[in-house]
Design a protein around this ligand. Structure first.
Ligand code: MN
Length: 398
């Protein structure tokens, strides 16, 4: 039997150590555990294994205590028959609103590609009132996608396809790249089993070569940086997700030799100025591949992603992608919207956008009349607002 994540893991991962927050999350944990007491998952594990894991994932990506509590409680209404009144009495109106939002989202059903765009729009429409609902739902799906092997085959394929078509793109748009990659890679084998095997075989063949190249580049670069007097940095290697690699292989005639970013080297430095200095040092040491230098610091991607990218010839006939960024950019690149610690910050982010770009796409899904009222109210921290008319309209259509 699988191990149920203890409350202590969640509390440890949670950023707040405030006594009230610890008590809220502990109570939510115990409440959900008791509510799901007699239920089991396809795997034969106790059902509570799932919400406990969702709570942990939310804590790990830095979400606030109320969101973590709502994550623990997210299946209580639908699957354990807990009433809204009960949840509100125990955990307050904000947690209730989040749990309700997740429950409503669960009712949206993916109906295959032809309904794709429409489903996506509904998904956003139904949740635009609180981004945290969307983030809980993403972590819910992430855990379900990671445990698909236990689900009956027919249902498994539907869930995997829905994850690839709907959830991973949303994670991507929210800038949550770690979640996006995990969602894709968990679903890939069930949607395209043959392509999955083929891609896996290809990677295996090149694994050693790529790892050696990265290791050597890392060593050389550390020496070059030290010589230039730059000591305050750290390196990290990043393996491209297997699904994302498969997509790229399709575009490159299945020629792995044309793909330079299977493995990438990351350099994380203190300031933006350091990013540009390091880029200079990299290019002084290795010749860059023409057309591969990307300044996402000056020109962030639409989801807010910032970094300098370059691909360099490593002198052994191969090439390697190097990504240079600050610690703050690194956090944002991994967790996206979730890296903004508070809801107010997220709304402020929406309102002002990060420097030079950002989450413009979210605004497209929020009609002006709702945006005005919602964002105007954001500073007061109220969240017991009722859904605006257009959400009700969409819900009625559905
Ligand atoms: Mn769930």
């Amino acid at each position: 039997m699988a191990h149920i994540r203890p409350a202590s893991d969640i509390l440890e991962a949670m950023q707040s150590k405030d006594a009230g927050d610890v008590s809220l999350v502990t109570r939510a944990y115990e409440f959900a555990r008791d509510a799901h007491a007699n239920q089991i998952r396809y795997s034969g594990d106790p059902y509570f294994l799932h919400p406990a894991e969702v709570g942990f994932l939310l804590a790990q990506i830095g979400m606030d205590p109320k969101t973590i509590a709502a994550g623990l409680l997210h299946d209580c209404m639908e699957d354990a028959g807990v009433s809204a009144a009960m949840l509100e009495k125990e955990f307050g109106s904000e947690v209730l609103l989040l749990v309700r939002g997740v429950t409503k989202l669960g009712a949206l059903r993916y109906r295959g590609l032809e309904r794709h765009v429409e489903s996506l729009r509904r998904l956003f429409a139904a949740t635009a009132q609180d981004l945290r609902v969307l983030i809980i739902k993403l972590m819910d799906r992430l855990h379900n996608a990671k445990t698909l092997e236990h689900v009956p085959a027919q249902k498994r394929r539907r869930i995997a396809l829905e994850t690839l078509e709907i959830y991973a793109p949303i994670a991507d748009r929210l800038g949550m790249s770690v979640a996006k990659t995990e969602l894709e890679d968990a679903s890939f084998p069930y949607v395209f089993p043959e392509e999955y095997e083929k891609t896996r075989e290809l990677i295996k063949e090149r694994k050693n070569e790529n790892e050696k190249r990265l290791e050597k580049a890392e060593k050389d670069l550390k020496r070059e940086l030290a010589e230039a007097g730059i000591r305050d940095f750290r390196t990290e290697s990043r393996m491209k997700g297997i699904y994302s690699l498969f997509r790229k292989l399709e575009r490159k005639d299945w020629d792995l030799g044309k793909i330079y970013d299977i493995l990438a080297l990351r350099l994380i430095v203190p300031s933006v100025a350091d990013c540009y200095s390091v880029l200079g040092i990299v290019h002084k040491h290795w010749r860059p591949v023409p057309g591969k230098i990307k300044d996402y610091i000056a020109f962030p991607k639409p989801n807010g992603y910032q970094s300098l990218h370059t691909t360099v010839y490593t002198g052994d006939g191969g090439a390697l992608e190097i990504q240079i960024r600050t610690e703050a950019m690194h956090r944002e690149a991994q967790f996206g919207v979730a890296s903004h610690l508070t809801y107010k910050e997220v709304l402020g982010h929406l309102e002002n956008g990060p420097k030079g770009g950002g989450l413009e796409w979210i605004r497209q899904f929020i009609p002006a009349r709702w945006k005005r009222t919602n964002i105007a109210n954001a500073g007061s921290g109220t969240s017991g607002r009722s859904a605006p008319e257009w959400v009700k309209e969409l819900a009625a259509v559905h």
